[in-house]
Design a protein around this ligand. Sequence first.
Ligand code: F3S
Length: 755
Amino acid sequence: MAFDIEMIKAVYAKYPERIAAARKTVGKPLTLAEKILYAHLWGGDATQAFERGKSYVDFAPDRVAMQDATAQMALLQFMQAGKEKVAVPSTAHCDHLILAQKGAEEDLRSSLTASGEVFNFLESVSNKYGIGFWKPGAGIIHQVVLENYAFPGGMMIGTDSHTVNAGGLGMVAIGVGGADAVDVMAGMPWELKFPKLIGVKLTGKMNGWTSAKDVILKVAGILTVKGGTGCIVEYFGEGAKSLSATGKGTICNMGAEIGATTSTFGYDESMERYLRSTDRADVADLANEVKEHLTGDDEVYANPEQYFDQVIEIDLSTLEPHINGPFTPDRATPVSQIRAEAEKNGWPTKVEWGLIGSCTNSSYEDLSRASSIAQQAVDKQLKTKADFGINPGSEQVRFTAERDGMLKIFEDLDATIFTNACGPCIGQWARTGADKQEKNTIVHSFNRNFSKRADGNPNTHAFVTSPEMVAAIAISGDLGFNPLTDTLTNANGEEVKLDPPKGEELPAKGFAVEDNGYQAPAEDGSGIEVKVNPDSKRLQLLTPFEPWDGKNITGAKLLIKAFGKCTTDHISMAGPWLRFRGHLDNISDNCLIGAVNAFNEETNAVKSQLTGEYGPVPATQRAYKAAGIPTIVVGDHNYGEGSSREHAAMEPRHLGVKAVLVKSFARIHETNLKKQGMLALTFDNEADYDKVQEDDTINFLDLDQFAPDKPLTLEFVHADGSKDVIVANHSYNDAQIKWFKAGSALNLIKEEQKK
Ligand code: F3S
């Protein structure tokens, strides 16, 4: 079996002693998140209590997972680290580079042709360095991890922001950039600022149309896309126990959409059921032996206000289904109000597509609840108004769902069953007519709905909801349809009502699969040669970034002052650009092309101070680089929110940008910038953002004294000769300043390797 039982045994063996040491050191009852963090300290038992939101702490995660789009860069970096094998169990999953167009079989075949070079590269690197390899079509990384690797009380990192999904099985699972994964795979400590803790108490029990998805859609509405930044969200209470493990996974998954470091749930019977049904009875038995350590202390949950930094309470009994969007996952609307909201805001109510799948909602339970609605459409002679697309989460889910007749129900509604992969969720959707850029509405069970994400059309209004609501709304073809109260007219002209969904948490006959798509690595990979064609358009071996010259940066120009939301999708777009994720120079041609220029409110049109002309961001930056002129990027709040892709940091670094100065950062992106040897800075006074002008020349006044807790001073010289001196804060500690000085964290690993 693919999971590593010996590793889990070793983790649990340390638990009693480490928790006791942590309780003594901290001097109070512990939350689950604290238990997992303190049990995974790099140095062993806790000798000091860490300050939440302040202390940088070294951890020893148990495992690493990577998906194909980010694994390329992670593994290109790992190849430079000079190690023979990965130090902790690690896996690579081929799920992002697979198109959704005609249906699973044909799409998989054409994706294997289109991205064969990349898949072969990942396969051979995995084979060489001892990394488990999940082939294209095996499933979506987070569903596969939940089914095979996640375990209660474990700690993992993954090169994808939705790694947090594994919180559904009681892990602390955190999305990181590839350079962080390289640290852990190279056997080094992994550093994280000790998170703050948000407690979410779930009371009551869900009923009718409400699902686990609605918990997180509601939480997103409360906390917004920034509200969880720097925090672990811990769910507890009777309501939490009533949710399935995959439902918990859905909730944790979308913790990424509120910026949370991760989310988790205490070990309970639903997790035990899931472990046993996914062929891991031995893990369940081990977990049962230490179960008092795999959940927060009773006193914490009895008086949460005393132990969490923030507490939210949600009553599942009265929670309404939600529909979040468009364009941002935190715009939460209860279904009873969606019609009025749509009318007020001019959102198109005709729904063109209903998409079910993604790492958020592609479990057996999800498909079973959605198919119970689809079955009613057949039984009640309703004609489906919108198109349907389904991406099962894994081959195990697909095979079992097919065996149990669920896929047939969708096919009877003319649904397209896409590959077990990300597909439309990551913009790998060849949607017919999307190029016409018409205003339209789609509903999906995914996690993100940023502009252009699914089909590249900025006018597609994408709404996030549960799979069963997607099914109901797609059948009605009407965004305003409320299945709790409204009726539909069937083929005979009769008014019919959809009954609430029914689903099975786990398959009654057990999961089944013929070929799960897993390939174990070679025992001894030393003889395996990894080849990268120097003429490849898709893959490029990395050249180390230049170390810092020890001087103040002077004469820098402003590349762009980004206005408003600037996610990693805006900095390094996905969709068609995914194919260049292993080729730094080629993908750099998408650098910041989605960011809105604050001076003209256009995308990909910035003024070059070399020519005075407006041009695309990448070409403008390449010209600055050729002229030997450093540049900086200025941004707004939560800059770099969204995915873990380090390309968003590596591209500007590769093109010669020296610093990114913003009102605030999303955590993973800030770390990625630091790891790649960039300066990640925040305005001391946010209002200084307004002082930055288009023709500015920027001089760092005290970078040569760069030190922890010491702000930097930048002089902005405006075109008329006037100046503004702006104070920029940073969160670099000593170790991170060394990354900057070395040119990147990887350069430092290599230096230390040589010693
Ligand atoms: Fe895949 Fe991430 Fe979506 S793992 S399914 S792209 S959120």
